[in-house]
Ligand binder design. Structure first.
Ligand SMILES: Cc1cc2nc3c(=O)[nH]c(=O)nc-3n(C[C@H](O)[C@H](O)[C@H](O)COP(=O)(O)OP(=O)(O)OC[C@H]3O[C@@H](n4cnc5c(N)ncnc54)[C@H](O)[C@@H]3O)c2cc1C
Length: 426
């Protein structure tokens, strides 16, 4: 391995955000190197897309690939109370045209591999089994990263701009102590997989089901191809571990009994593989960018997954960050300030979704209340939940505030303002 490599833009992590950023930058002529710790295909959680993932997939040239893929088509979402009687599904086609109104349930090993190969096909060099251990700093700015391959050999990759897409490892935010926990969103998730579990019929076969358990906990039920269903339960840690139960399989088995729809749908299926457990506290990085560095996807911020917004946000931020890097390079300046618009768009997107997540967990609130009282706001709720998040939802949030505490926007997540000087792009 060459101990020092030079490129125009370095990407850390080749998950959805990293592969999207790498593809966008490479297609516009930058020499891009992306360093990925794992060898793909690799397992990852986060399997349900929402309608407004479409624009990013289109920009990446992947719509036809998605249409030809075995991924299950998702047309709707439904909610199920503990008693087990499902609500009328919400069909996206009641509001959007055909392109937006159908989305997908993906197997991440296959989806992420497709995104990575797409970045390669546009000219990015994606190096797998290459773990970044540190950012390289010179005179207060990031000038690349140090990585180790599977034989333990070290190499420095130098670039005027580094895009951190390292997911929930959040390399830059962790190393710089920028990761700030959301003051309230702090849940635990336990999940596993079933083969042969029950599916609803016809157009409903690919629906995401959100099935409630007590204390505002909820199950996801996500049908995938190969007759597999992904099922997980999310709730407060103290609820899931009540009575001293700590083992993920025991927690999961007990919660199945808390929702009759879940119990019924899993009864004919066979569980396989491990039971996974993660503490999924929401966080955001104090800064979105510094001189020579920009953060995207979960490396910038992670939001509770109740509305399946993570992949939409990761792909959107990868595309936007990639474009911002291209214009920063064209302007000959990769200072933090160049990423102000990017940060504003991502903060707006995340904040809008975050306000609805808070409302969801508020014990005094349900979306039905708003729709009943203020039917003219139903479209806003749908748009935000479908991922059309860069819009003004102030009327909706004012209405929600009559029933539930709507959080203030978090003040952080903007570029580190230290530098007012242009930083040469090459
Ligand atoms: C329980 C749970 C359920 C979820 N459900 C959904 C859902 O239904 N729908 C949805 O849209 N989202 C969901 N999400 C969120 C979704 O998983 C993430 O938002 C999404 O994966 C973010 O993509 P990313 O590219 O930012 O990060 P990742 O997908 O995590 O990719 C980061 C990549 O960086 C690599 N990497 C990390 N550190 C290094 C390093 N030091 N050097 C080199 N490479 C590195 C990793 O190997 C990885 O491949 C869920 C999340 C959780 C926790």
């Amino acid at each position: 391995m060459n101990p020092t490599e030079q490129c125009d833009a370095l990407v850390i992590g080749a998950g959805p955000a990293g592969s999207a950023a790498a593809a966008v930058m490479a297609e516009q002529g930058l020499r891009v190197v992306a360093l990925e710790r794992e060898r793909f295909p690799r397992y990852h959680i986060g399997e349900s897309l929402i309608p407004f993932t479409y624009p990013a997939l289109k920009r990446l040239g992947l719509i036809e690939r998605m249409r030809q893929s075995p991924f299950i088509r998702k047309y709707s979402v439904q909610f199920v109370p503990p008693s087990g009687k499902a609500s009328q599904p919400f069909y996206f086609s009641t509001r959007y045209d055909a392109d937006i109104s159908q989305t997908w349930q993906v197997l991440r090993s296959e989806f992420d591999q497709m995104l990575m190969e797409n970045a390669r096909s546009r000219g990015a060099a994606v190096l797998e089994e290459m773990e970044v251990s540190a950012l390289l700093q010179e005179e207060g700015r990031t000038v690349g990263a140090r990585a180790r391959n599977r034989r333990g050999e070290l190499a420095d990759f130098r670039a005027p701009i580094t895009v951190d897409c390292s997911g929930r490892d959040a390399l830059a935010a962790t190393q710089r102590n920028w990761r700030v926990r959301d003051p309230q969103l702090n849940k635990v998730a336990v999940w596993t997989y079933y083969r042969g579990a029950r599916r609803d019929e016809g157009i409903d076969a690919g629906a995401t089901t959100v099935a409630f358990v007590p204390e505002k906990g909820w199950f996801w039920y996500i049908p995938q191809h190969n007759n597999v269903v992904s099922v997980g339960v999310v709730a407060e840690g103290k609820y899931l571990t009540r009575g001293g139960v700590k083992d993920p399989a025991s927690i999961f088995q007990r919660e199945i009994g808390e929702n009759l729809w879940i119990q019924d749908h899993l009864a004919c299926g066979r569980q396989f593989g491990p039971h996974y457990l993660t503490s999924e506290f929401s966080y955001r990085s104090r800064y979105s960018a510094a001189d020579g560095l920009v953060l995207a996807g979960d490396a910038f911020g992670f939001l509770d997954p109740v509305f399946s917004s993570g992949l939409m946000l990761a792909l959107k931020s990868g595309v936007l960050a990639g474009d911002a890097v291209v214009s920063a390079r064209a302007a000959g300046d990769v200072s933090a300030a160049r990423f102000a618009d990017y940060s504003a768009q991502m903060r707006e997107a995340i904040e809008n979704m975050r306000k609805l997540v808070y409302a969801f967990y508020d014990p005094n609130f349900s979306f039905r209340m708003i729709v009943d009282q203020r039917p003219e706001l139903a479209g806003d709720i749908t748009d935000c939940l479908s991922g059309d998040v860069n819009r003004d939802f102030s009327k909706l949030f004012m209405a929600i505030a009559e029933y539930a505490a709507v959080p203030e926007s978090l003040p952080y997540g903007q570029p580190l303002a230290a530098s007012r000087q242009a930083i040469p792009a090459a």
